[in-house]
Structures are given as C-alpha cells and as structure tokens.
Write a protein that binds this ligand. Structure first.
Ligand SMILES: [Zn+2]
Length: 318
C-alpha cells in the first residue's frame, strides 16, 4: 500500500482535476466560444465565480446546488464528476494496477510515474464519457493524445504495460514495453474498426463512430493487446445491458458507445488479471465438472448477441 500522505494528496489532486474535467466537458465541444484560460463564469448569468465558491464537491454541497449569483440550479453532475475522479485517483494510489506502492518521499519513482500516466488515462476517459454523452462525439484531441501519450509513456516507463512475451531477452525493457503498447494500439483499433465495418455492412448504417475506433486505440496503448480485447468484450457486454435499460427510460434512440468502452477500460485497468484468470482457468475448470454448463454459456451468449444486435441496428443518430 502507498503511504497515507500520498493517498490524501492523490485524492485531492483527483478532485481538482475532476473540477477541470467539468470545464473541459463543457468548453471543448464549444471551443472558439470561450478561452480555456479564462476564469470560471456562471453558465446561467455570466457572473464570475470566486475561487471559494468553486471548490470541488464542497462548494456544491455548501451552496446546496444553487448558484449564489442568480440562484440557477447547478447540475448534480459537476460534484459527481469531481467525486468520481477523486475516488478513481484514490484507488490508483491505494491499489495501484501495477502493484507498485508509492510514497511522497520518492516522487520520481517508476510507481509515481505510472500513477501519473494512469491518472491521465482515467481523466481522459471521464472527459470522453461526458462529451460523448452530451454531444455524441469523441474529440480527436482526447483520443489521439491517449494514443500518443500511451506509447510514449510505455517507452519512457516500462512498468506501464506488460512486456510482449515473444521478444528475445536482449531487447531493452523500454523498447519491449513501447512495442507492447503500440501492438495494443493496433489491436484495439483493428478490432473495433473490423466490428464497425461488419456492423455497417449488416445494418447499412453507422453503428459505431470512428471516434470509438480511435478511443480503443488509446485504450490498447495503455492496457496492451489483451487489455484491449477484454475492454472491447466488456464494453459490448455493458453496452448491451446498459443500452437496453437506456432505451426503456429515454425516447432518444441513440446510445453512445464511448461511455461503455470507458467504463470497461477502467474495469480492465484494475481487474485485468483476475478477469483473465477467471475466463481462461476458473471457468473452463468449472465447465469440465458440470455437464450442463456449456448451455449456460450458449444462453448468455445468445442473449448478449440479441441485445447488441438491437443496439447496433438502431445505430448512431448521424
Ligand atoms: Zn449565475
């Protein structure tokens, strides 16, 4: 476990970054309208917000969800994004996906560098989720930076991704991890691109955007090829279930795929190894001991395929 001061610092950092992500989600799709460096202003009346009313989560609670300037309601989403980012940063520090513990006494250790890169990964996914949710786009600046920083990060910090097993031993660790990251990028993009084109041929309309393809490239760069496969699989599973629920409660036929891929990527980031062990060892062993179990798999598989078919057939709105 990382040291307690690091845990507190990481959580506070997460809350502050979450606050910035709210600004990014609001302003990035509207860029040109407002400058990024400008002070925060109330979206309802344009009044400038003083720093003490702009603290993550705390200010929303103190103001009870109403702007002080004009009493306009402030969406619950702002404190939720801040809290979510803080919680994920806490988890990255408390239970680092690489197993490397961190301390404030050594901020240049590989563990801290991996924490910074994973922090960027998680923050980027949250921004993509918010913008895809609101505007049905995954901005290039977010998805491309995920790909570039994933591969460069793996070259500089070999602990970021698992090494490719097929490489000869004399290949330096940094080159090995860089290649692993780049291979993950290709697998993530290639897989999503193939499924996208198959769905387009089958349904004659856009089922996934090219933004999803680029997002999965970035996910592969951070989580390696097996992480990209697992993310896509879990994303389809979450999308099939979540999309069906979404349809029941919303008249909008459009289901954004980005948020489900982002959710699946975070699950994979923390639980890749246990899930892969379950799928490749625990489950096949269980199957050998129980004769009826293949039917369970067939039923679950058919249900998911039907859900996904309905989801993809409805397609994107544009
Ligand atoms: Zn106002």
């Amino acid at each position: 476990m990382s040291d307690p001061i690091f845990l507190v610092a990481a959580t506070l950092l997460g809350a502050v970054i979450g606050s910035y992500l709210n600004v990014l989600i609001y302003r990035l799709p509207r860029s040109g309208e407002e400058k990024f460096g400008s002070r925060s202003a109330c979206p309802a009346c344009g009044h400038q917000i003083p720093w003490n009313l702009n603290l993550p989560v705390v200010s929303w609670l103190l103001l009870r969800g109403k702007a002080r300037c004009c009493a306009a309601p402030i969406s619950l989403r702002y404190p939720m994004v801040e809290a979510l980012t803080a919680i994920l940063f806490f988890l990255l520090a408390w239970s680092p996906p690489t197993g490397l513990a961190m301390t404030v006494l050594n901020l240049s250790s590989a563990a801290v560098l991996v924490f910074v890169l994973h922090g960027f990964f998680v923050a980027n996914l949250i921004a993509n989720t918010g913008i895809d949710w609101d505007h049905r786009i995954l901005p290039d600046v977010l998805t491309k930076s995920l790909m570039v920083i994933g591969v460069i990060g793996a070259l500089l910090v070999p602990e970021l991704v698992t090494q490719l097993e097929a490489l000869p031993a004399r290949v330096p660790a940094s080159v090995g991890s860089g290649l692993s990251s780049f291979w993950g990028l290709l697998v993530g993009m290639g897989l999503t691109w193939s499924v996208r084109n198959l769905a387009r041929m089958a349904f004659r309309r856009e089922a996934m955007g090219f933004g999803d393809v680029k997002l999965m490239g970035g996910v592969g760069a951070f989580l390696a090829w097996d992480g990209a496969l697992l993310t896509f699989f879990l994303g389809c599973l979450c999308g099939a279930v979540g999309g069906s629920i979404h349809r029941q409660f919303s008249k909008d036929p459009y289901v954004a795929f980005g948020p489900y891929l982002a959710l699946a990527a975070v699950i994979t980031l923390f639980f890749k190894d246990p899930i892969l062990v379950f799928l490749t060892e625990t489950w096949p062993e269980w199957q050998q001991r129980h004769a009826a179990s293949p039917w369970v798999l067939v039923v679950v598989g058919v249900l998911c395929t039907v859900f996904l078919y309905v989801l993809l057939r409805r397609g994107r709105a544009h």
